[in-house]
Design a protein around this ligand. Sequence first.
Ligand code: ARG
Ligand code: GLU
Length: 711
Amino acid sequence: MKRLGFSLLLGILMISQSVKADEGMWIPMLLEKYNIEEMQEMGFKLTAEDVYSINQSSMKDAVMIFGGGCTGELISDQGLLITNHHCGYGNIQKHSSLENDYLTDGFWAMSKKEELANPGLEVRFLVSMEDVTEAVLKDVTKNMTEKNRQILIDKNMNSLIESSGKDNDYEIRIKPFFHGNQYFMYFNKVYKDVRLVGAPPSAIGKFGGDTDNWMWPRHTGDFSLFRIYTAPDGSPAEYSELNVPMKPERHFPISLKGIETGDFTMVFGYPGSTEQYVPSYKIDMTMNVNNPVRIAMRTRILDVMKASMESDPLIRIQYATKAARVSNGWKKWIGENRGLKRLNAIERKQSEEAEFRAWAENGKYDGLIEIYETEYNALIPTERIMTAVVEALNGMELINLASSSRGLIQYSKNDAPEERIQTTVESLQSKAKGFYKDYHQETAKEITKTLIDYYMQEIDQAYWPESLLDIEKKGLDKSIDKMFKKSLLANEADFMDFLDGYKGKYKKLEKDPIYNLYQEFVQIYLSELSPTYNTHHAVIDSLDRVYMKAQMELRKDKIFYPDANFTLRVGYGQVDHYFPRDAVKYKYFTTLEGIMEKDNPEIYDYDVPDKLRNLYENKDFGQYADEDGQMHVCFIATNHTTGGNSGSPVIDAEGNLIGINFDRNWEGTMSDLMYDPEMCRNISLDMRYALFIVDKLAGATHLIDEMTILR
Ligand code: ARG
Ligand code: GLU
């Protein structure tokens, strides 16, 4: 290792001085300490206590986790909340049928009586958080093995939760920060009666579909409305007819004033996961191992789905959600790889590592980067196969049904009580019914063929499920055709008959060629891949913890923000245009004009509803038009966001709601690993467009009336 001169070290210190305002997902409890001054310099008019306080009601009391992976916020004193259309999608879909197709036509409850219950849907509000690092790491020593360390930490966390005394009113979660160098405990209030209030037609809420997904300029009206109900005394309660609309202490006022370049914006929500402090080897693996395998396999799946969906409107309905799910990751990873390449992300990390090495030489961190290198090199072959196995298992839809059938086989084999078997059969029947509703045999077969083909071409035979050897011998097409013909699972009538008359004869299912393929893949996963995979990932996790700590010691003057971990965070920045490529400038907002430009009844993603077209033609924008006379639809800003921030409130300098976050731009999707202030933008729905739809398109003026609107 070369020694670097003093001047270079000085250089490092100087670079690390400047904190980028737009980059970062900050801890609300620590704004006072680290951020508020800068936020105010950028235009923010409120205090840190206004954002997060445990002494009085504050902005955080209006922000919630919506369902399993989104954010939502309160917009009235009657428990009305807004989140994205794509976050409410599953629940809107559950209420939809051919007669009442709320996905296609939209849904608007014209009175509270018409609001629809959603069993299983929960929202969580943060009541307070606490730094519990000392208690969690109590008695942890440097020389412990990783395993013993984790056992002790788990024990400490459990006793913390037990002694916290907040019993049943709260859900308590402890989360690691900075790769396990810090821990916070969260007290959440969970509400379980959350009813659907309104959703625009998909042609508005999903306008642009997968074609425009991850892209700017964007015209998606991505919002839906729900309402929280509580017991009559205001406490959280399971669904009941006796429940009443929540009376929250806080909700967001909505500003119709309009937005300009340079305006302060803040995003307050639940970013899911980022990896800002990993070494070059991790970026290299993501770019050159994980992403290429995932992209290649999903390209194949999407090609099949697209052709099928275009051939038949029924298949389009059946595969719309599946295609959206597959496509969302696929497109993000393509963007991420391009962004990382453009940033020379690997080289940048390498030069940071060179500095680090020089600084660490002969000290306690000497050799850390080298261990990383060894570990990643050892991991990569397994990581590649693992990625392919996971994508194959998730990609072949029948595997999902096969895995749900596993329980029935186990119970039958072990002579479980008759009752147990009966309930298992019933739950499998209902699962299968839902499954076949969206199943098209030819499509599923073609996807299976193309994924198996990929696997046989790309993965060493040592990691093939046995069935693949046979497939290779007899030919792919013929073998898979036969597999589908013979399989119970692949044929709705056969499988339903089998379940209907089920008398404990599980052998037929256990020998099913598709069940078999599933079992073989699982076997490879468990015995050939997991041990190596888990061993190296465990070492890497512990290296990450040490490297994180070391980076903080090296760059003492830098204020670090922790990686996203689905806890409440504040991002702040400003409304801003960007230059995606040479000579092209993207404005910071889009308008209804752009929706009409895209309008094309032939293209599903761009089929504008007549009612919206009429409103446009009559320029009937009410109080929601911008000063420029146009109906603004979406806007972009430099807030650092990621998956989970969907539905997050976008807040102006006065603390009012101006938008709902729903996406990032394609040029900026590498921000989970490396943020670029020039290129990274979060995409938000302009609140004025959402209210315009509620008011003018749906005529749900009673909802507008309960909001606090500032002009
Ligand atoms: N890209 C956004 C996110 O990651 C929206 C996804 C839903 N929309 C879609 N067209 N698939 O969640
Ligand atoms: N659409 C994403 C979500 O569901 C947000 C986009 C992003 O990853 O930034 O959370």
